[in-house]
Design a protein around this ligand. Structure first.
Ligand SMILES: Nc1nc2c(c(=O)[nH]1)N[C@@H](CN(C=O)c1ccc(C(=O)N[C@@H](CCC(=O)O)C(=O)O)cc1)CN2
Length: 296
């Protein structure tokens, strides 16, 4: 008989985190502090538009004010920089994000670097990424990128021990792969990390040895059940939109569903790390407001 993996339920975990954050926002409100999340969306990509809409809905649910700047696809880099500077100065906006990806004619690094690092709710400003590189064991007082933070929190809240475990991260992107490797190798987590990418010579051999797999490559179903170590913990982070048999676009992860027969734990996709990404953004906004109020 084949055992099915236990589910790393991102939806339920995110709902529990949002309930906790609602209480913390109420404490801030009792002191006259209202956290405010700004979003900058360039263009009308349906996925990005949906994600940004979700961020505003989440803010309303927990009592965070939200400020929205939706901009045309053909905005120039200089015009976008003006909006970034406006949010840097806007006192109602205690933190903000620039929805990624940006159109090709805009240099993402220039935009992220122009943000006030103290208002960077995504933890993607080079100053905050640098703090993550530099801080191996101390308390992190700067925001962490939301998806990496969500991966670690999802496992922690399901009682998964990472100390001494061998983790294979598949994908070296700046929003997930690289920062999640840094987070997992901090002394309070203490995992051993292998960061695989398109240049990795023998991915199946790496997968066979991994206690934990974090798949963030964005290649539909590239992680096959037969390549996994039996009993592995598998987080399916990659998001691809593919057509189902009826011409409808559906979200597909990096992990073949048959992995559920081999893994001990599997995060569904959708319903796993995605909702955690949303919850961690709210957590970053609340933590930053608490720090500004001297409560953390
Ligand atoms: N500035 C940022 N841009 C992007 C980030 C980010 O963290 N900061 N991450 C992704 C998009 N993203 C949030 O922005 C995000 C992705 C997925 C989900 C989510 O809840 N997904 C659902 C499925 C949704 C669907 O049907 O499409 C799930 O997994 O259940 C939330 C947020 C890239 N850009």
């Amino acid at each position: 008989m084949v055992n099915a993996a236990q589910i790393l339920d991102g939806k339920a975990t995110a709902a529990a985190i949002k309930a906790e954050l609602t209480e913390r926002v109420a404490v801030l409100a009792s002191k006259g502090i209202v956290p405010g999340l700004g979003t900058i969306l360039v263009g009308s990509d349906p996925g990005s538009t949906w994600y940004v809409g979700g961020k505003h809905k989440d803010c309303a649910e927990v009592g965070i004010q939200s400020i929205r700047r939706d901009l045309p696809e053909d905005i120039t880099q200089d015009e976008l920089l003006k909006v970034v500077r406006e949010l840097n100065e806007n006192p109602e906006c205690t933190g903000y994000i620039v929805q990624l990806p940006l159109p090709k004619h805009i240099d993402q690094d220039v935009i992220l670097e122009a943000m006030d690092p103290d208002k960077d709710a995504d933890g993607l400003h080079p100053m905050n990424l640098g703090r993550l590189v530099a801080n191996v064991s101390g308390e992190m007082k700067s925001p962490l990128p939301c998806t990496p933070k969500g991966c670690v929190e999802l496992m922690r809240r399901h009682g998964i021990e990472l100390n001494g475990k061998r983790v294979l991260v598949v994908g070296r992107g700046v929003t997930i792969g690289r920062p999640v490797g840094l987070l997992l190798t901090r002394k309070d987590v203490n995992a051993t990390v292998i960061l695989a990418h398109t240049g990795t010579v023998d991915l199946p051999a790496e997968l066979k040895q991994a206690d934990v797999v974090i798949a963030a490559a964005g290649v539909p179903h590239m992680i096959k059940a037969e390549d996994l170590k039996p009993g592995a913990v598998v987080l399916d982070v990659g998001v691809s939109r593919v057509e189902d048999g009826n011409g409808k676009a559906v979200v597909t992860g990096d992990v073949d569903p048959a992995a559920a027969d081999v893994a001990a734990w599997l995060s569904p996709n959708p319903g796993g790390v995605g909702p955690m990404t949303r919850a961690m953004l709210l957590a970053n906004v609340v933590e930053s407001a608490e720090r500004q109020a001297g409560l953390a």
